[in-house]
Every structure is written in C-alpha cells, then in structure tokens.
Design a binder for this molecule. Structure first.
Ligand code: COA
Length: 168
C-alpha cells in the first residue's frame, strides 16, 4: 500500500491557482442549494487566482494542507471581526476539496490554524458557519466548539442564519 505524505504549510502566491480550484469545488459542493445560484456563481467568479494572490500579498494568513503533493484544502485566519465576541482569533474559512473530505484532513488543518492563531498571541477563537451547512456544524461541535452567537448573511435577498462557534 502506498502512503501519501500529508503536510500543512503557509500558502505562497504560487498556490493561488490550486487554492482557487479548491475554493470553487468546495463552495459549490457545500453551498449549492443553500446560497442562491446567482449569488454563489458571482462569488466563485470573483475569487479566481488573482484574488487569492492578492489576498496573500495583503498579508492574509492562508494555510494549505497537501496530500501527496496536491493541495487538498485551505484555511484563512486572523483577528476576530465580531465586536460582540471576546475571543481574539478567527478562522475565516476552512475548506477541503470534496474528494478529500471525511479522512481527517479538516481536523488537522483546523488544529494547525488554531495553533497558528495562538502562536500569534491571539487568545481564543471564533468560527462562523451557515446553519444550513449541517456538516460544518457537526465538525465544529465535534472539535469542541461552543455555540455562542447567531447572525444573518443575506445573499440575493435570501437571508441565511449563521452560527458562531467559540473556543476559549
Ligand atoms: C467541514 C470540513 C472542513 C471538515 O473536514 P473533514 O476533513 O471532512 O473532517 P474530518 O475527516 O477531519 O472529520 C472530523 C469530524 O467531523 C465530522 N464531520 C466532518 N464532516 C462532516 C459532515 N459533512 N457531516 C457530519 N460530520 C462531519 C466527522 O464525522 C468527524 O467526526 P469523528 O472524528 O467523530 O469521526 C470539510 O468536510 C469541508 O471542507 N466541508 C465542505 C466545506 C465546509 O463546510 N467548510 C466549513 C465552512 S464553515
């Protein structure tokens, strides 16, 4: 049996195309039928490789998980943006290509993102997930997150509830 090496590292501008591909596939898989078609397509179009290369240049922290040399997922992280929550860090996004979901890579990427935030001196962490994204809710509950706040995101006039999970 072949063993594929798994690694997690900071993304570089050369990863922009691979991350854009992961983003495209993962968001389509997670949000088709939840976020209205037009709004989802518009978001996917905007987030091409140039958008990701720029995001990295503007110093957003992006981590990638690789398996056997393929970028299977990414996470973006930084300071918590919600004023009502006292936790200082936030994972903004955590997404895996559909074919790499469910084999533990998300848990490893999540742990690495959490360590990175702590190493930057940020105490506590927040992650938001759409309430209709049942898989994400199970994942964050399983990772010990406490359901601490609710919000709403509007996509093409469709209001969707989101839930904040926190870790102190
Ligand atoms: C959510 C996501 C990051 C989880 O990563 P993953 O590698 O698939 O999850 P893991 O294999 O590490 O699983 C960890 C735990 O979460 C649970 N879990 C993960 N995905 C799940 C799903 N879709 N439904 C139910 N439980 C799920 C697993 O059962 C597992 O629990 P266990 O340890 O008790 O077996 C990944 O599936 C993904 O990218 N999904 C689509 C995009 C998305 O929803 N991202 C989050 C947006 S906020």
């Amino acid at each position: 049996m072949n063993t594929l090496a798994v690694g997690i590292r900071k993304a570089e501008p050369a990863d922009a195309q691979a991350i854009a591909d992961v983003h495209h596939e993962a968001w389509r898989g997670a949000y088709s039928g939840i976020i209205p078609h037009r709004a989802l397509n518009a978001m996917l179009r905007r987030r091409g490789p140039d958008w990701w290369a720029n995001a990295m240049r503007r110093s957003a922290t992006v981590l990638v998980v690789e398996i056997g040399g393929t970028v299977a997922g990414y996470a973006t992280l930084g300071r918590n943006r919600a004023r009502g929550l006292t936790q200082q860090g936030e994972i903004y996004e955590l997404y895996l290509r559909p074919e790499y979901q469910g084999i533990g890579l998300g848990s490893r990427l999540f742990a690495a993102a959490r360590e990175k935030l702590a190493a930057s001196g940020l105490k506590g962490m927040v992650v938001w997930a759409l309430e209709d994204n049942g898989g994400a809710l199970s994942f964050y509950e399983g990772a010990g997150g406490r359901d601490a706040a609710e919000g709403v995101e509007v996509f093409d006039q469709k209001a969707l509830k989101k839930v904040a999970f926190v870790w102190d």
